[in-house]
Every structure is written in structure tokens, then in C-alpha cells.
Design a protein. Structure first.
Length: 201
């Protein structure tokens, strides 16, 4: 039986904003005419990002939907909308849309990164790793994706060390690495017996 894996969104960075946002309350959605009033097609994505930064998630989603009804080919609005969906806790919808975007625009690196983050959060580390490597094949200088890949490798290392520790209980090097990685993950360090040492209380 496979051991559970741990990956938190805090340890893998989403592209665009990194602030945490609580679930917004549902409200009645105004008409597209009201939502888009005073906005040019080119300024709609900026307005959505502003609403997202202000934690006005339902308003951001409503404006994104209105913008896409006006122009359903707008890649930037589609991408920002997936971030809004993720912040609203609608991760399955965000995942499906990111897969669609990747299928239509395989040369754009950002959707791969964000899909990798969502999959890693669900414990799907191998597919997440594949996606992050794809990002770096498209854009080798994409620093966020490179950081995410490093974080993912550290998480995989922790999972493997913990699996090994079930059998190798008195290896000093293994236990030291486990303690270090548990601290990195923000977990309490477990007491463990090491070679020629008493258990640490």
C-alpha cells in the first residue's frame, strides 16, 4: 500500500498572486453590460487581477465569465480565471480548464506550472514533476517552476526517507535527514533511535 504524500500549496508557488484568500460568499451576478461598463477589452484582465488581489473572488469570477462571453479566445482571461477558481476552492474546475489551455496552447509555460501545483497538492507528484520539467524545457529561466521542482524533489525525498525508516530504524544519517526535512515541512520532529545514541526526549 502506497504511503500518503504531503505537499502543501504553501510549499509550491502558483504563478500570479501568492496571497491566501478565504472562500467568498455567493452574490447575485450583474449583467455583462454592467460588469463590463467602462472597460475596454484589453483592460478586462487587469481589472480581474485587481479584484483577485482585493480578495473579491466572486466579482473576479463574474467579470472573467463576462469577458469570456465577449471574447472566448482570450487566453489571459482564461488563465486568470483558473487562479480565481483555485482560490474559491473549485480546484477540479481549475484543473480541467488548465488541461484544456495546455491542449490548445502547448507552447505557453504558465498553465503547466499551475497545473503541476494543483496536482502536487493532491499528491500526484509524478505527473506534477513531468509538468514542471515540461515548463523548464519551454522556458529554462522560469524561476518559479524551478523552485517548485526543487520543492517537489524535497517532498519526494521525505516520503522515501520515511518509507525507509520503517525498516532502517537505527541509521544516524537517515534520521538526521528525516529531522531536517520534517522541519522544512513544518512538522514536529519525531524522536528516533540513532547509532550509539539514546532516544532524544
Amino acid at each position: 500500500m502506497q504511503s500518503p504524500v504531503r505537499v502543501t500549496l504553501a510549499s509550491l508557488a502558483m504563478v500570479t498572486f501568492t496571497l491566501l484568500t478565504p472562500m467568498a460568499h455567493a452574490t447575485e451576478v450583474p449583467s455583462d453590460e454592467v460588469l463590463l461598463k467602462g472597460l475596454q477589452t484589453s483592460t478586462v484582465p487587469n481589472k480581474i487581477e485587481t479584484l483577485l488581489a482585493q480578495n473579491q473572488l466572486n466579482d473576479a469570477l463574474a467579470l472573467a465569465d463576462a469577458g469570456l462571453r465577449q471574447n472566448d479566445k482570450n487566453l489571459r482571461i482564461r488563465f486568470i480565471r483558473t487562479v480565481v477558481l483555485e482560490r474559491l476552492g473549485r480546484e477540479d474546475e481549475a484543473t480541467k480548464e488548465l488541461r484544456r489551455i495546455i491542449g490548445e496552447f502547448p507552447e505557453v509555460p504558465e498553465p503547466y506550472n499551475n497545473l503541476a501545483v494543483l496536482l502536487a497538492k493532491k499528491g500526484e507528484l509524478n505527473e506534477s514533476e513531468t509538468l514542471l520539467n515540461k515548463v523548464l524545457s519551454i522556458a529554462p529561466n522560469f524561476a518559479i517552476a524551478r523552485k517548485n521542482l526543487g520543492d517537489l524533489y524535497v517532498t519526494k525525498a521525505l516520503n522515501n526517507y520515511e518509507e525507509a525508516s520503517k525498516t532502517i530504524k537505527t541509521n544516524t544519517q537517515l534520521n538526521e535527514r528525516l529531522d531536517t526535512l520534517r522541519k522544512w515541512h513544518g512538522e514536529p520532529v519525531k524522536s528516533s533511535v540513532t547509532d550509539n545514541q539514546m532516544p532524544v526526549p
